[in-house]
Design a protein around this ligand. Structure first.
Ligand code: CMP
Length: 235
């Protein structure tokens, strides 16, 4: 894991964060000189939905969950993030409040980039600005896809979608050629926007298809292409 507290590591880490992808050396130097390292214990809240925010976070170590409470009072997980992703930029754009809660799912290390410095970097370096816009566009595309899946797919299709998303974003542990998702049925339900009971039934159906294997708090993806076929209703 990168130690963002150590100055020499900082620029190398920043160059891997999508916000600074392809950015000039000078932009990385400026960013490295203004970010502030901050660590969080497992289970601690980095910020809550509705709070005023004055910094974005560059994730250097650990796993972070972004979630919202929906109108029915249920938690909806928006994303599970791992290094070198960044988050918390929306509250800095247009002075809005935090759109979601960020929770540390392990010990977490971050670099914080405060509003004034963020704005200075966006103004001075078009690459950083374009990277931000690209991230927001990708997120919008992802939300459009998810809205389609959640509206039109049955429970196995929804759960297949969630497992594929975790698989593609790398939030899995690789065990040889297999990918292991270490989440509870409730965690998966919060991602799929459905109930725990529905997820349990859907996982059984996917297991019978031979595309996954389940153990307590663990789902092994045996056949990602097969999951894709379930998602598209051709299996
Ligand atoms: P902000 O609103 O400051 O705080 C919550 C953060 O969650 C937000 O900035 C984004 O960085 C991130 N976020 C909000 N919605 C989504 C989403 N649908 N997918 C991934 N990340 C999100």
């Amino acid at each position: 894991m990168v130690d963002p507290g150590k100055e020499p590591d900082r620029k190398a880490f920043l160059s891997t964060v999508p916000l600074f992808s392809g950015a000039p050396e000078r932009a990385l130097e400026v960013a490295a000189s203004v970010v502030r390292p901050r660590s969080f214990e497992d289970g601690s809240v980095l910020f809550r939905e509705g709070e005023v925010g004055d910094a974005l976070y560059l994730l250097a170590g650990g796993l972070v969950k972004l979630s919202k409470v929906d109108l029915g009072g249920h938690e909806k997980t928006l994303a599970l993030l791992q290094p070198p992703e960044f988050f918390g930029e929306m509250a800095l754009l247009g002075h809005a409040t935090r759109s979601a809660t960020a929770l540390a799912l392990s010990k977490v290390q971050t670099l914080m980039l405060f509003r004034d410095d963020f704005e200075r970097l966006l103004t001075a370096y078009p690459t950083v600005n374009l990277n931000l816009t690209t991230t927001l566009a990708n997120r919008l595309r992802g939300m459009d896809d998810e809205a389609q899946v959640l509206s039109y797919k049955d429970a196995p299709g929804r759960v297949a979608y969630v497992l594929l998303r975790l698989y593609r974003s790398g939030v899995v542990e690789l065990d040889g050629s297999q990918a292991v998702v270490r989440l509870t049925h409730q965690d998966l339900a919060n991602l799929a926007g459905t109930s725990r009971e529905t997820v349990t039934r859907a996982l059984k159906a996917l297991e019978q298809e031979g595309v996954i294997e389940t153990r307590p708090k663990e789902v092994t993806i045996l056949d990602a292409d097969g999951l894709e076929e379930v998602l598209h209703g051709i299996r």
